[in-house]
Design a protein around this ligand. Structure first.
Ligand code: COA
Length: 374
């Protein structure tokens, strides 16, 4: 069995990369929790479809189920290519929940398509086995399978057709807002949890699981520095070695910090330039927790905050030698706008060296907040 990761053929379901379920364990737990599927097969110029519960055996790469013998599809199943569609929770997502402008309504959902070849089971023991497994899957304490030799049970089995689907391909889609910043995902989850819709609540549970899976640090809080809190100067100095230049914008800047288990491990500053432009300054993450995605979350948080405050451009500057920072900003959607040659030579008394290079030029990057880049 293979889980498709790339879109290869025109007959495959369209799944944007961000929403593909590409972990076998996710598919297994989804099929266990959402086992009621629709088996579809083509027939001349038409389709046949039946809604039945399935058992998924990941090790044998097969699904098994049964249908009523009276169902016209029953006699068409053997040896045929089939697709079984499993639908999970789904919910309407209002753009007003995102808290960022220029968004459109959407629908979050999880679904899995299983393709394969159907084999009807012809031996009565195999059929009884499928029935037993099905009953125990939904009612582990049932005594019914023990009555398999009873005439009434035997008669019932004559009225059904059991089958196995030998799986050739599985495609899973989990569209759970995971392409949005963590803060936005959290807001959508809150709205769904508060809704009276049971499917909305289940969608929120799946969103929360996805959030924790893709952001192991999703528990961290990014919040404005409170008035009674002192500046995290040690962190700020990691981004700008000049205490004087940090203190220069203390009055006008808005400070945001990352709280992780009660300690401040990250910071950034937003500094207004004019009515349309705001600058991201002094982003820094404590050395002990770097390379965990906190820097990226801070940049995305800054973008979202600047947008919410009504600015149209967010700028950031970094040194020509700051390769990782240049990568970080560009990964978050920033583009290089200009280079201020010899900025660091003119403005800093001590020479700065990084990555074996002298830091001379200020590379200025911007992101246009009116573009729907998130
Ligand atoms: N090596 C390679 N790439 C790195 C890197 C490193 N040491 N540190 C950051 N990056 C880049 C990568 O492209 C990474 O993306 P990836 O994980 O997909 O490879 C991206 O940055 C995001 O990494 P992330 O884990 O979110 O960043 P972080 O939490 O480690 O914080 C800084 C990044 C820059 C904020 C942090 O290194 C820091 O505080 N540096 C000192 C202060 C500073 O230089 N501030 C910027 C002033 S312009």
């Amino acid at each position: 069995m293979s889980l498709r990761v790339e879109r290869k053929a025109a007959n495959e379901v369209y799944i944007p990369k961000a929403f593909r379920m590409d972990h076998a364990s996710d598919i297994t737990s989804f099929l266990r929790d959402n086992s009621f599927g629709v088996i579809v097969q083509a027939q001349e110029n038409d389709f046949l479809a039946t809604h039945v519960p399935f058992l998924y055996d990941a090790d044998r790469a097969q699904l098994c189920a049964h249908v009523a013998k009276a169902n016209p599809q029953a006699e068409q199943l053997d040896g045929q290519r089939v697709m079984v569609v499993f639908q999970g929770p789904h919910a309407y997502i209002s753009p007003s929940w995102y808290g960022i402008p220029k968004q459109v309504p959407t629908w979050n959902y999880v679904a899995v398509h299983v393709h394969g070849v159907c084999h009807v089971v012809h031996h009565s023991e195999a059929l009884v086995d499928i029935l037993e497994q099905t009953i125990y899957a939904y009612e582990p304490n049932s005594s019914l399978p023990k009555e398999a030799n009873q005439p009434f049970y035997q008669n019932m089995t004559k009225a059904i057709v059991g089958f196995r689907v030998e799986i050739t391909r599985i495609e899973g889609v989990a569209k759970l807002s995971q392409n949005k910043p963590v803060e936005v995902q959290r807001r959508v989850i809150r709205h769904l949890r508060n809704s009276t819709d049971n499917l909305g609540d289940k969608t929120a549970v799946m969103m929360q699981q996805k959030l924790e899976q893709t952001n192991p640090l999703s528990d961290l809080t990014i919040r404005p520095l409170a008035e009674n809190e002192s500046l995290p100067m040690d962190l700020l100095l990691l981004a700008d070695p000049s205490r004087a230049s940090i203190l220069h914008y203390t009055e006008d800047g808005s400070y945001f910090i990352v709280d992780l288990d009660g300690s401040i491990v990250g910071v950034y500053v937003l500094l207004r330039r004019d009515a349309t432009t705001v600058e991201l300054m002094n982003i820094a993450v404590h050395e002990d927790v770097r390379r965990n995605g906190i820097g990226k979350q801070l940049v995305l948080h800054a973008i979202e905050t600047a947008r919410r405050l009504g600015y149209t451009i967010l700028g950031v500057g970094t040194g020509n030698s700051s390769f990782h920072q240049l990568a970080l900003y560009q990964k978050c959607g920033f583009r290089i706008a200009s280079v201020d040659r010899d900025f660091f030579v003119r403005n800093y008394r001590d020479r700065i060296y990084e990555n074996g290079l002298m830091c001379r030029d200020m590379v200025r990057l911007t992101i246009r907040l009116e573009d729907d880049e998130l």
